[in-house]
Design a protein around this ligand. Structure first.
Ligand SMILES: [Zn+2]
Ligand SMILES: [Zn+2]
Length: 136
């Protein structure tokens, strides 16, 4: 299947051709800061399957707890958080699922994995059936 996404203003569009993807919530404080939300919902896709089809995202590098770079891609026009590429996961692109089009933001209604649950805000419960990881 091809999943597509875009930013709020439409200047940036992307797509990924995937058989399936891993759905993950991340509760880390960097994700909270970057998005202004309590967590990020993500579709992890093979980096080779991912391409930007319109526009050029801006980037911001953050040094993660691993000491490696987490590159954040966003739209400089409207500020939408789009995706990240982590040095520690060189084969994956981490799409911020809120940008996905045509209802794909719901990630099929199923979360495979939750990361940094130690930072999860107390008003949220664990997603049913999702593997729980304290940190990365
Ligand atoms: Zn935009
Ligand atoms: Zn995170």
């Amino acid at each position: 299947m091809t999943i597509t996404g875009s930013c709020l203003c439409g200047s940036i569009q992307y797509s990924a051709d995937v058989d399936q993807y891993t759905s993950a919530l991340c509760h880390c404080t960097d994700c909270q800061k970057w998005t202004g939300g309590a967590f990020t919902s993500n579709a992890l896709v093979p980096r080779s399957s991912f391409k930007v089809t319109k526009g050029t995202p801006s980037t911001y590098d953050v040094t993660g707890n691993s000491g490696k770079i987490n590159k954040h891609f966003f739209c400089s026009g409207c500020g939408s958080s789009l995706y990240t590429e982590l040095e520690i996961m060189p084969d994956s692109t981490v799409i911020k699922a809120g940008g996905l089009d045509n209802g794909a933001a719901k990630l099929g209604g199923k979360i495979d994995l939750e990361l940094y649950v130690k930072d999860r805000v107390p008003y949220l419960a664990a997603a049913e059936g999702a593997k729980q990881q304290e940190a990365m």
